[in-house]
Design a protein around this ligand. Structure first.
Ligand SMILES: [Fe+2]
Length: 383
């Protein structure tokens, strides 16, 4: 067995566990708390501030989707705190992470391209969607003015002291949000599982995330009040986050980013639309794992060849998209033949994702892959 490194954040998981946040802050020695959230989650943020009333607690609820890095400076200049509580989806949790790292004396833009300093505040992360897994990762993604590609901070300073994963916080998410977030989580698990950085521990987390997620996402999408489905989806997202935090994501995310500017769909939807074609492209690089993905997604692969089973992973993923009413080809979201070259080229802007892909990513192959993704062609061969 190869050598590997694995790390993981402390997690508190289960319905209503958010009510324990007071004892968590007390244990961490917090006195001045800022709860960071967005407009949509303002009410939940207020409720958490109410739970935290024994502390000096302030709410900051102005995080926008896909935030620019300047928002962190805005928070630092308007609120004083020794403890940050992030409540929201991936963007909000990323803002909370960087706010807890940044000191008061410098602008966070000075951190770009450098090692992050140690965290200056305690950090508690509470996801309100089951998708990004940001609560357990050491990553934070930001738009940087003047840069086309988002910047990814990758540092152990961004690990939370504790993640409180309470599925009750996800219960109000509408079906579309549930589907888009959930498909992101399943893609994280698939890409971590097939990444060249995967190890035996990340494989265990990723396999469970795919299996549990593929079932729970359908149930949570069709009935948002199904608490068991919500819990399983939060669990799958958490497992996927733990896996991709170590193994990383790959071509699925690189391609998702490469075409997202055309239709401006939510992140999970962007990555999901083109995942069937990525699975079929990558299958040849690891037949066993792709056959296993097909099975974990629900396909019956008994009695068929390993090759056919591996290619089935793309077909089975497409069935998942159809069940969630997510488009299965780029033509459905406004991309056409004229966009092939640009999308294929933009894949290579995500260098780190491309470098972790199990199959070498070649320019000429990417043009073919993008064409198939535009017209919805799933072949019985690898592409
Ligand atoms: Fe993602």
């Amino acid at each position: 067995m190869d050598s590997f490194t694995f790390s993981c954040v402390k997690v508190v998981f289960g319905p209503d566990r958010i009510k324990e946040i007071c004892s968590v802050v007390r244990r961490l020695g917090g006195k001045k708390v800022v709860v960071i959230t967005d407009k949509a989650m303002k009410r939940v943020g207020e409720e958490i501030c109410e739970i935290l009333k024994e502390f000096d607690c302030e709410l900051w609820s102005k995080v926008e989707p896909e935030p620019e890095i300047d928002v962190v400076d805005e928070i630092l200049s308007s609120v004083k705190f020794d403890t940050v509580v992030g409540v929201g989806g991936g963007s909000t949790l990323d803002v909370a992470k960087l706010s807890a790292v940044a000191g008061k004396d410098s602008s966070v833009s000075e951190f770009i391209g450098k090692e992050l300093p140690e965290r200056s505040a305690k950090l508690i992360l509470c996801p309100t969607t089951a998708g990004t897994g940001s609560e357990v990762t050491k990553l934070a993604v930001f738009k940087i003015p003047g840069r086309e590609v988002k910047y990814v901070f990758d540092s152990e300073s961004l690990y939370a002291d504790i993640a409180i994963v309470d599925p009750m916080l996800t219960i109000s998410a509408p079906p579309e949000v549930t589907a888009n977030a959930g498909i992101d989580a399943i893609c994280h698990a698939i890409e971590a599982y097939t990444s060249i950085l995967a190890n035996p521990i990340t494989d265990m987390f990723a396999e469970q995330a795919i299996k549990i997620g593929a079932k729970a996402i359908r149930e949570a999408y069709s009935n948002g009040n199904n608490l068991n489905a919500r819990s399983e989806m939060s669990y799958a997202s958490l497992l996927a986050g733990i896996a991709f935090n170590v193994a990383g994501t790959s071509l699925g995310h690189a391609l998702g980013y490469a075409h997202s500017h055309i239709h401006k769909s939510p992140h999970g939807k962007s990555v999901g639309i083109t995942m069937p074609y990525v699975l079929q492209y990558n299958a040849i690089a690891n037949l066993e794992k792709h056959a296993r993905i097909a099975k974990l997604l629900g396909a019956n692969v008994d009695g068929i060849s390993l090759r056919d089973a591996a290619l089935n992973s793309g077909v089975e993923f497409m069935k998942l998209l159809e069940d969630l009413h997510i488009p299965t080809k780029l033509l459905d979201v406004g991309a056409g033949e004229d966009d092939v070259d640009e999308i294929a080229e933009r894949i290579f802007l995500s260098e780190r994702h491309v470098s972790r892909n199990p199959r070498v990513v070649k320019k000429e192959d990417m043009r073919e892959l993008v064409k198939r993704a535009i017209y919805g062609t799933t072949h019985g061969y690898y592409g």
